[in-house]
Ligand binder design. Structure first.
Ligand code: FE
Length: 211
């Protein structure tokens, strides 16, 4: 009896370490490696790239540059993909990026109603909520309600425009530059740019939040 109990505890602890998905991914990786379809070193490199090198900090640099450099801003809004490439970011899932500029009159919010299309080179991999069915449905039906869920309240006169990402077009929101940041360097401005502010479900930080 005591032994059974111990086994149960062991299984329980073990189960909480790895999720069902993680176990499946691990099993798939072993089989693919065994059959010679994937090179584990290449896989590690790919994962490391998206964990450490590609992420919202890339997009933050793009936004900070758009806030500081009127010529870059113009190029970004005209044709984002080549403009973003000049900052050094290009690649898969970013072949056709469109930049949407927030103004006091218009706030843009991005969703992929079909799945989870997202501009990887500038934002990295999408957060879990972005892929969730409730977000995908509610963003279209009640964008103001979604913003409220994220703790954002916009003036009633601000129009909210929702953009549906596709495999062809990925969107990057250019949030409004926070007040009180006159004379800030691009590097410092980038610290204000949050991932959610580039999806349109959030706003940039205020200077007081990073001081
Ligand atoms: Fe999608």
């Amino acid at each position: 009896m005591a032994h059974d109990h111990h086994d149960h505890d062991y299984d329980h602890e073990h189960g909480s370490e790895l999720s069902e998905t993680q176990i499946r991914v691990r099993a798939l990786e072993s089989i693919l490696t065994e059959k010679g379809y994937v090179d584990p070193a290449a896989l590690d490199l790919l994962i490391e790239t998206y964990e450490k090198k590609v992420g919202p900090h890339n997009g933050a640099r793009v936004i900070a540059k758009a806030w500081s450099d009127p010529d870059f801003r113009r190029r970004l809004l005209q044709d984002a993909t080549p403009a973003i490439a000049t900052v050094g970011y290009a690649g898969r899932q970013g072949e056709h990026i469109v930049a949407l500029e927030n103004t006091p009159q218009t706030h843009h919010m991005v969703v992929c109603t079909l799945c989870s299309c997202y501009p990887w080179p500038v934002l990295g991999l999408p957060p879990v909520w972005y892929k969730s069915a409730p977000y995908r449905a509610k963003a279209v039906i009640d964008p103001r309600g979604v913003l409220k869920d994220f703790g954002v309240e916009l003036p009633a006169e601000t129009e909210i425009r929702v953009w549906d990402s596709t495999a062809e077009i990925r969107y990057l929101v250019v949030p409004q530059r926070p007040a009180g940041t006159e004379g800030w360097s691009e590097e410092r401005l980038a610290t204000l740019v949050t991932r959610d502010s580039m999806i349109g479900t959030g706003l940039p930080k205020s200077p007081g939040e990073v001081a």
